[in-house]
Structure formats: C-alpha cells, structure tokens
Design a protein around this ligand. Structure first.
Ligand code: SF4
Length: 159
C-alpha cells in the first residue's frame, strides 16, 4: 500500500508531466510554418540550390535515373543498391510531423511517396529522393521533434 506521502509525490509528478506535455504542444502550435512551405518562389529557389550545389546534389529528378544512384553510391563509397536505401524518407532532417503536414499546401503524396520539409536545406523534398548530406535517423514524425528543429533553425530570427 502507498503512503500518503508517496501518493502526493506521484500526484505532483503527474501534474508536472502533464504541464510539460502541454508546454511542448503549445510551443509546436505557436510556431510559424517554415517560409518555404508557404512561398513557392522561395521553395523553388532553395530546391534548385540543393540540386546544383556540389555538396548536396538533391535528386534524382527522374526517379528512374540509374546514373544518379551510381554517382551517389560512388560519393558514399558503396553500391547503388545500398545508396538507394538512403532517401529523404528516412533522413533525420525529413519532417512529416502533423504540424508540418498542416503547413503543406495541398496534396503531399503521390504513387512514389510523399513530400516533407527538409530542415537542412529548407524546401519541400520528396521521400523517394535523397541528397549527399543524407543522415540516418528520420523521418521526423512528432511535433515536439519538429518544434525542436525549428527552434534550432534561423527561421524565426530571419523574419
Ligand atoms: S531530407 Fe535529408 S536527404 Fe532529403 S534533401 Fe534534406 S538533407 Fe537531403
């Protein structure tokens, strides 16, 4: 049986946790959508830079482009079939959290996958593509993690 002191401790801990959760949800709700999700011109500019930059090479634009995967595999010192496993869809910077889905204007999925927000290069990238800065650990599917990326980005400060 729990002592009254123990009960009080558990009760206070519960209250503390629920306050904490409320703060995280509020923080996520209060954050503005990343500008590139709202501004097509900016999104295109950032996407084009990601395609062209030597160190990013976002692609392949044509998903059937085997040459791209051969190049990516060479860059990562692996085989094309291994390179193909590293895509935006499982990249640590790929955000498909509920709050980010609300920021996306219109339909975000097609037969090949879905759009998400790239926190490294700031544009709407496609889950079936990749880039040279891919990093394991994604996708971002929770609002609290999305909010954390946003707080560490320059978005609020740039506005
Ligand atoms: S989500 Fe990852 S793999 Fe996709 S463009 Fe951004 S950094 Fe590159």
């Amino acid at each position: 049986m729990r002592s009254p002191k123990m009960k009080l401790l558990i009760e206070n801990w519960r209250k503390f946790l629920s306050e904490d959760i409320k703060i995280v949800i509020k923080k996520a709700r209060d954050l503005v959508c990343p500008p590139a999700t709202q501004d097509l011109e900016l999104n295109t500019k950032n996407r084009d830079s990601a395609i062209e930059a030597e160190h990013i090479q976002y692609g392949p634009m044509n998903l059937e482009d085997e040459e791209y995967w051969i190049r990516a595999a060479k860059h990562w010192k692996t085989k094309p079939e291994v390179a193909k496993k590293s895509r935006c869809g499982n990249c640590t910077a790929f955000d498909i959290s509920p709050r980010m889905k609300e920021c996306m204007p219109g339909e975000t999925s097609d037969g090949d996958g879905e759009l998400g927000y790239c926190w490294m290069h700031h544009f709407k990238c496609h889950s079936a593509r990749t880039c040279y800065t891919w990093a394991a650990g994604g996708p971002i599917s929770e609002d609290s993690v999305s909010a954390d990326w946003q707080e560490r980005s320059n978005i609020e400060k740039e506005e």
